[in-house]
Write a protein of this length. Structure first.
Length: 94
């Protein structure tokens, strides 16, 4: 058990971003209104969208049109405090 774990402290946001930026999984953070607040480097690598282009945009604008209703239902459920698991396709920049 680490000292940090024993003391009850948690990693700060910067530490989490470093960890998430070094994973090969696509990760993003969106505000409650669905606006993209942050994406990791895998998001940019896999989908071809640079963070400077997508941050501030609605997440729905990057989701395949056929999957937007599924994404919207997941967002509403998540805002209600439910744990949500869904699968959607994203549009690539090319």
């Amino acid at each position: 058990m680490t000292e940090r774990h024993r003391s009850g402290t948690t990693p700060d946001l910067d530490t989490l971003r470093v960890v998430l930026d070094h994973t090969s999984d696509v990760v993003w953070c969106a505000a409650a209104d669905g606006t993209i607040a942050w994406v990791n480097s895998a998001f940019s690598h896999v989908l071809g969208w640079s963070s400077s282009v997508v941050v501030g945009r609605p997440l729905a604008s990057l989701i395949h049109p056929d999957d937007r209703a599924t994404a919207q239902r997941a967002q509403i459920a998540g805002q209600s405090g439910l744990t949500v698991s869904s699968e959607v396709r994203f549009e690539r920049s090319d």
